[in-house]
Structure formats: structure tokens, C-alpha cells
Design a protein around this ligand. Structure first.
Ligand code: SNW
Length: 290
């Protein structure tokens, strides 16, 4: 089901699969001792001086690989900026399926997970998170001529979700009359929508917007997910790294870097006041129209 766009992505995916196998076999944390903090490794990184980041390659415009296989997007540029502020010289992104991402961070295969990962109490059982940096909507997309309706709970419809996402959890709870179809990533789900194997796909709002523009799809419903703002996932107990990232995030918000990146990657979307420089914060938070 996984669509590979470049040979590099294929290689990354097979590396990720191998890592997932190691984690399943229970031998993934054998070198975890190397990530404890020390004077030459104050942030407790797996490789001192370098932060290895688990991400996904098809969550445009949050995090995605460009035609050369390089990671880019809002989350990627924000994370790189924050890492630099934390004094980390090198940032290396690796793509994998979303469903294995938190386990890979928890097992210290990666220092951080960055992929518009909403912070929830459930996920906090597995990993720690930085402060939030992005709060938005979850969107149901359908073909333009479809009769999919949110009001009847998508009864009898085949609804796509990416495995392990908040969309999956939300759909299980709120759309019991829909048949859920789980996909490893958004690209494969959108192919399914375009070819008619599913009736709708449920994904992050900004990604939905890019697919709407590309394929003429219809926004059936935007569901607020402000109670689960995205944060950077960090292995439990690595407080030095968490604090350094939080400080970097706060500084990036206060000096307008967050705002600049937000407007670059999400043009026209409402700004979240609390992430703006203090002098610009207002009480009014608008919402996107569907
Ligand atoms: O909860 C939202 C948050 O408010 C913001 O809009 C960014 O996305 C979210 O964190 C939800 N993201 C999904 C999740 O955390 C899917 C992430 C993905 O597909 N990689 O499960």
C-alpha cells in the first residue's frame, strides 16, 4: 500500500521497518545508556551533537519530502530553528509510518518525533512532549459529487484514516456506523478515495487543503482539535532535551519566527494568539470556514 516517491524514501522506509522489527524483538534499547546526559552530551542525544528525528514523508505542508527526498514543511522548519537555538548542530530526519513513530521515540531509536503529533494523555503514557506549537482542525474529505454527510455520522460509508492518528480514535468513538479503513499513510488513503475504494478520508486540515486543491476534493467537515495541540515527542525522562526545546520554542514564538513560518506554510489560516509575540496577542481566535 505504501507509495514510494523516491528511492531514498523507499530506503528510509525499509530502514524504519527494520527498526520496528528490532523494537518488536525487544532489543531496541540496548544502547540507551549512550543517551544519558553528560558534560559532552548535555542534551542526552543518541549521537552527541546531532538530533535524529522520526517523521513522516507525506504530511504536506506540516512535514513531507520534496522531489529530492529532503524533508521540509512547517514542522520541519520550526524544529530545525528550535534545535539550532538549543545548540544542536545537525538535524537528521527519517520518514516512517505514523503508527510506529511514538514507539520508535520511546525506544530511543530517535531523539524526537516531529509530525504534527497531537499531545494527549494517552500518548503521554508512552513519551514526553514539548510544549504545544500548533492547534487546528481535523477534516473529512470526499469526492466533489459525493453524498457523504457528517450529520448522519457517515452511516454506511467507508471512511479512511491513517493508523494511529487522532482521527482514527475520533472515528472509532464518534462514527460507529461508518466502516473504518485503516491506511499506513495519507497518500495511499487519498489514492483510495480517488479510485473509489473509500468514500471519505479523515486527516489533518492543512493536509486536506493541499489534497483538495490538487484533486478537487470536497471538505465535508472540519472538527476542532484544539485540545490536542501538536508537540515534539521525546523519550520519557530526557528533561534536558525537553527543556531546551521548550526554551527554543518560546523564543521562536516571541521573536516572530513561529508566525513567519506559519504564514509561509499555512497562508490564510487563522493564527493562534498564544503562539504569537506577547505584544501581538489578542483574545480573538478565528476559525477556518468549511
Ligand atoms: O490535534 C491536531 C492539532 O490541533 C494540529 O491541528 C496538528 O494536528 C494535530 O496534532 C492532529 N494530528 C494527527 C495526530 O496527532 C495526525 C498526525 C499525522 O497524520 N502525522 O494523530
Amino acid at each position: 500500500m505504501i507509495k514510494t516517491r523516491t528511492g531514498r524514501r523507499a530506503a528510509l522506509l525499509s530502514a524504519a521497518t527494520a527498526i520496528a522489527a528490532l523494537v518488536l524483538a525487544g532489543c531496541g534499547s540496548s544502547d540507551s545508556g549512550s543517551s544519558s546526559t553528560s558534560s559532552d552530551n548535555p542534551l542526552g542525544l543518541i549521537t552527541p551533537g546531532q538530533v535524529s528525528v522520526a517523521s513522516v514523508g507525506d504530511l504536506k505542508p506540516y512535514t513531507f519530502t520534496d522531489s529530492s527526498g529532503n524533508f521540509t514543511g512547517f514542522d520541519v522548519e520550526l524544529f530545525k530553528d528550535v534545535a539550532k537555538r538549543a545548540g544542536i548542530k545537525k538535524v537528521e530526519f527519517t520518514g516512517q509510518d505514523f503508527s510506529g513513530l511514538l514507539a520508535a521515540v520511546a525506544n530511543k531509536q530517535f531523539d524526537v518525533g516531529v509530525a504534527a503529533i497531537g499531545v494527549t494523555a494517552e500518548r503521554k503514557k508512552t513519551v514526553d512532549f514539548s510544549d504545544g506549537y500548533l492547534a487546528g482542525f481535523l477534516t473529512i474529505l470526499a469526492k466533489p459529487d459525493s453524498n457523504v454527510s457528517y450529520d448522519n455520522g457517515l452511516a454506511g460509508k467507508r471512511l479512511g484514516v491513517v493508523q494511529g492518528t487522532l482521527q482514527e480514535t475520533y472515528a472509532v468513538k464518534n462514527f460507529p456506523k461508518a466502516s473504518l479503513v485503516r491506511f499506513p499513510d495519507n497518500n495511499s488513503a487519498i489514492s483510495g478515495l480517488n479510485t473509489g475504494s473509500i468514500d471519505a478520508h479523515f486527516l489533518d486540515y492543512e493536509s486536506a487543503k493541499t489534497y483538495m486543491q490538487k484533486y478537487g476534493l470536497k471538505d465535508v467537515k472540519d472538527i476542532p482539535s484544539f485540545d490536542a495541540p501538536a508537540g515534539f515527542a521525546i523519550a520519557k525522562g530526557n528533561d534536558a532535551l525537553k527543556e531546551a526545546l521548550n526554551k527554543g520554542l518560546a523564543d521562536a514564538m516571541e521573536d516572530g519566527t513561529w508566525k513567519k513560518l506559519y504564514q509561509k506554510w499555512f497562508p490564510g489560516s487563522p493564527l493562534t494568539p498564544q503562539y504569537l509575540p506577547k505584544a501581538e496577542q489578542t483574545a480573538a481566535a478565528a476559525s477556518p470556514t468549511s
